[in-house]
Design a protein around this ligand. Structure first.
Ligand SMILES: O=C(O)CCC(=O)C(=O)O
Length: 263
């Protein structure tokens, strides 16, 4: 059974919070649920609009210019990439990444009760970006069906074969093993891997135990994506949202949105 740790919104459990944020019965739809259960990942249609895409790109370009080599330092940097983190506090554009009803319905399907763990961005730079197959959970492997984390990836560029599209191993979220335990070389191609290819403006939700990783960007332009990462309530967040939340962030967010952040 899930232990609910209450934040500042002591009377708002996750069910009430989701309802207040617009989650309705039937969301995110049977096709999405089937793909999440079987493959461990699914695209969510009709969430990520062209206006959001432009707004994300513009804000991230400004933040990249402002932060330079410091980018991503709140959570972690990765050579060959440009990362930015703590985006909850760096633009109201990103609020949708933790308040979209369809997205939250999908997250609740995987995690039951949850908090946002972090919102960050990652751009694989030209010639770089290849990652080991990994899961987005470093604790003990879960009992089947009891998942600890899930991630969403908002595609800011077309993901094509040449530019470092993400590889995934469908169904691996159900195997109960992390790739670094199971594989001799997690950097090597996996016989069952698939490249996730989709246009800019696509939104991918995936189980945090799914084996996946960025591939090398063989083009001359960065390949950008935004990640909104969630964890089962009670687990530590990747970025301690209560510690980082700025007064203006607390002031603008509804109690329901703050419950998702656990602030
Ligand atoms: O950007 C990608 O393709 C995947 C990134 C990823 O999985 C990670 O940084 O953990």
């Amino acid at each position: 059974m899930t232990t609910v740790r209450t934040g500042s919104c002591t009377d708002a459990g996750i069910g009430r919070t989701l309802a207040e944020l617009g989650v309705r019965p039937g969301m995110p739809g049977p096709d999405v649920i089937e793909r999440l259960d079987e493959d461990g990942y699914a695209f969510l249609p009709d969430v990520f609009t062209p206006t959001m895409l432009e707004a994300f790109r513009a804000r991230l370009a400004r933040l990249t210019a402002a932060e330079g080599a410091r980018g991503g330092s709140e959570v972690g940097q990765e050579s060959g990439t440009m990362r930015l983190s703590d985006l909850v506090n760096k633009g109201t554009e990103f609020d949708v990444c933790f308040t979209s009803p369809v997205l939250l319905a999908g997250v609740a399907h995987i995690l039951d009760d949850f908090t946002l763990s972090s919102v960050s961005s990652r751009a694989a730079l030209p010639g770089e970006g290849h990652q080991a197959l990994h899961a987005d959970w470093s604790g003990e492997s879960p009992a089947p069906g009891v998942y600890q984390a899930c991630n969403s990836m908002w595609f800011l560029d077309d993901f094509v074969e040449e530019n470092g599209a993400t590889r995934v191993v469908p169904g691996s979220h159900r195997w109960g093993r992390a790739p670094e335990e199971a594989l001799d070389d997690p950097f090597a191609p996996h016989p069952d891997e698939r490249l996730v290819l989709a246009p800019a403006g696509s939104l991918l939700l995936f189980n945090g135990h799914l084996w996946h990783g960025g591939t090398r960007n063989r083009t001359g332009s960065p390949r950008r994506a935004l990640h909104a990462y969630f964890t089962r309530r009670g687990n530590p967040q990747q970025l301690d949202q209560a510690r980082y939340a700025r007064p203006e962030t607390r002031a603008r967010l509804s109690p329901a949105a703050r419950f998702v952040l656990d602030i």
